[in-house]
Design a protein around this ligand. Structure first.
Ligand code: SAM
Ligand code: DTB
Ligand code: SF4
Length: 329
């Protein structure tokens, strides 16, 4: 018996002549509304059409420039406007970054992601980052950086240095964006993603769940990501880490099942993308993480730290992978 209500189509509309499939917010809300078992079943079907469901990609993160950021992102420990305990750190020397990348590779990560707390890189900042990319790439790791907004020409320089992925999250739906960030617009971020695409690099873009947004906002964020043509190759779904001293310190977050539903919606609407179970894993039980993998997450940040906050420890991840029979790729 089919328990799936069919009032709203549950598939993207590909009827536009020559156009790629487009999702509507109503369709993604209808996915969210499904009984959880039906939603997860559907996500599993899509997942298994495109991926080995027992394989998980692992990226290791490092903060190469910490704190003192001009932007006012309400969730972020690194905004100069937020009164957090964080100690600022200048751009790390290239050799220290390379040493950390070597360790990540020995531990088994396939990608190394370097993050900087900038609104965007100044020209003088870019050269040492390009050197980091060249040297990390030479170790045989995939490279990713997240440096904020890019000016014309900067994406080409990154691509020439061998950058594989640029991370730039839409973070939250356009309708909610102004309640979280006022120093730049979501359109600014979309423009940077355009620069990354123009330079031929892979896009890593996702968002944060649990900042007080509505389910409709969550569905709209997923739609925005899924309807990019093409969708981002990598889609980090972060569960808000509520950081003392930020405007989000007291955010209530979302119910665990709502988070799982968001992962499933990302999987169904972006069938060939890696959906990364990102920030917030440290506070998740093994069982909740397993549900997220079942809902189609197939990537994690691997390593004891994210940028400024803790991550699930690598040894705990190793044990979880062994218990679930998951293979790292
Ligand atoms: N400054 C660059 C930017 O904003 O793109 C790069 C670094 S920024 C910290 C990268 C991403 O980390 C943000 O877009 C956001 O999605 C995520 N993030 C930051 N703080 C977070 C938090 N407290 N909880 C969950 N995700 C967070
Ligand atoms: C992403 O989507 N999540 C990562 C990475 N991209 C750069 C960052 C998570 C940061 C969590 C809070 C912190 O450690 O400061
Ligand atoms: Fe700066 Fe990025 Fe943090 Fe926003 S999210 S304050 S741009 S480091």
């Amino acid at each position: 018996m089919n328990a799936i209500p069919q009032a709203v189509s549950l598939s993207a509309d590909s009827s536009a002549p020559g156009g790629a499939a487009k999702w509507t917010v109503a369709q993604v809300e209808a996915l969210y509304d499904l009984p959880l078992m039906d939603l997860i079943f559907r996500a599993q079907q899509v997942h298994r059409e495109h991926f080995d469901a027992n394989e998980i990609q692992r990226s290791t993160l490092i903060s190469v420039k910490t704190g003192g950021c001009s932007e006012d992102c309400g969730y972020c420990s690194q905004s100069a406007r937020n009164k957090t305990e964080l100690e600022r750190e200048k751009l790390m020397p290239v050799d220290e970054v390379v040493a950390a990348a070597k360790k990540a590779k020995e531990k088994g990560a396939s990608r190394f992601c370097m993050g900087a707390a900038w609104r965007g890189p100044k020209e003088k900042d870019l050269e040492p980052v390009l050197e980091m990319i060249r040297e990390v790439k030479a170790l045989g790791l995939q490279t990713c950086v997240t440096l904020g907004m890019l000016k014309e020409g900067q994406a080409e320089k990154l691509a020439d240095a061998g950058l594989d992925y640029y991370n730039h999250n839409l973070d939250t739906a356009a309708e909610f964006y102004g309640q979280v960030i006022t120093t730049h617009t979501q359109q600014d971020r979309i423009d940077t993603i355009g620069e990354v695409r123009k330079a031929g690099m892979n896009v890593c873009s996702g968002g944060i769940i649990g900042m007080g947004e509505s389910r409709k906002n969550r569905a709209a964020l997923i739609v925005q990501l899924a309807n990019m043509a093409p969708a981002p190759e990598s889609v980090p779904i972060n569960n808000l880490v509520a950081i003392p001293g930020t405007p989000m310190a007291a955010a209530k977050g979302v119910d665990n099942f709502e988070f799982v539903r968001t992962i499933a919606a990302a999987r169904i609407t972006m069938p060939t993308s890696f959906v990364r179970l990102s920030a917030g894993r440290e506070a998740m039980s093994d069982e909740l993480q397993a549900l997220c993998f079942l809902a189609g997450a197939n990537s994690i940040f691997y390593g004891d730290k994210l940028l400024t906050t803790g991550n699930a420890e690598a040894d705990r991840d190793d044990a979880l992978f062994a218990k679930l029979g998951l293979r790292p790729v």
